[in-house]
Design a protein around this ligand. Sequence first.
Ligand SMILES: [Zn+2]
Length: 508
Amino acid sequence: MNLKKLYLILPALIQWSKIDPVSAGALRQHDFLAALQTAPEPEIKLGPQGWTARVVDSLGFGRRNRRADPYKSLTQYKDDLVLRFTISNEAEARAIAGAANQLFLDVWSASNKSMDIRLSPHDLPLVLSFLPESMKNNYTPMMSNILDPIPQSRIEGQKTDTLFFGDYQPWNVILPWMKLLESMFPSYVELLTIGQTHEGRDIHALKVGASEEEDGKRRRADGEKRRTVIITGAAHAREWISVSTVNYLAYSIITGYAKNDKGIDAMVNNIDWIFIPTVNVDGYVYTWEKDRLWRKNRQPTNLAFCQGIDLDRAYDFHFDNSPQSAANPCSEMFPGNYAFQATESKAFVQWAETYTKNNSAKIIGLLDLHSYSQQILYPYSYSCDHPPPDLENLEELGIGLAKAIQVQSGERYEVAAACEGTGFASFPSTTGSGSMLDYFYAKLKVAWTYQIKLRDTGSYGFLLPKENIIPTGEEMLNLVKYFAQFVLDDGGPTFARARKNSPGSDEL
Ligand SMILES: [Zn+2]
């Protein structure tokens, strides 16, 4: 989406600013939605002194046209390939993991069957020299040229259902959009600040939940804690589809509740939903301004030319403090020199702990969205040797979630323990240690914890065309509805007994 499109919703914005948001009714909300969804794209002239420019700036929509074109940054990768190497045994897994580590290769995706690696054709012979004979012809190009997907992802003139979700959005559009939703639906939407990034940006979230005082629909028993589910995206900055999906879910649930959608009604009345488009705001901004394929945060390491910590390796549960890992700040999976060195991971956990204490809340679910490979992964990530105490429950819900997606769109998502699904169990020199998934499950006792890798299965990888935003959002919305139904039903006495030894059972 270009900045011009933001102007389409300006009339609606100005309209709201004149209306008391609390007393404004559903009609106004629908005016906004209609404007957002159906407005044509007019030719707008941007006069530097014009009133539209001033209003836009005052609303925080950023500086005009200062934004860099994120696709331009891809030209630095223009000769690169993404190759999928097939893995058939442990020796092969060890060999390719060794090559990835020693050559600092950019691993796009890994499973126990294959590994996708971005590399320059010039480096291919060197990579192959690390591999056994059996692997040397056993790879296929996923993308012959990284720039290939771009023309397709930038096809203009296609009608999309919703303007905002017709394209990926930069942070300086997402944030005012979040503020807007809060001001439109103040009785059940609140903009939260989770903490600050290394570069000092606020990490924001939308909290969606109807309090009993306001809606009068639900009374909590004394001492009952408010059930809370966190849905978060882009711990890895380049996984843009996870950001748009978190936003799509927030938007659908917020507007569904406004329209008295029956299924969503129960979700919002009984659960507080925390939508965090990304904790890695610095990294996400960097993918828009400098390098579309940036993965880590933007924190300096002890090597000046290798910045960034992997926010999904930085947590204090089986943190990898091996000398090998500490010696590799240039690795895309560098976890930091000690647990929680990464500012954003630390801020997120501190917030979660304080939030549950101060708000009499109990986090019962975490859906950590990533891309790509279409997988629903449950704990543990660090090892397959010690299955979680309630493996069967996690598996059961995981399979249900995958079905909810398939019913919606026909897409297949694999369900597996994270240690298996990411292949870490197969790659002796790599590790799934220190993950957000494991930490929330094991340390914060969040019963229903999943990492979900969204579309696709490798045709476009991180450069998934924007036409997938709405279909991915829709299939995930169905998943979240199923998830809510499941965890709400789970409050029943029979199931609570069955979960006796599980991390979340004390609350259920
Ligand atoms: Zn990721």
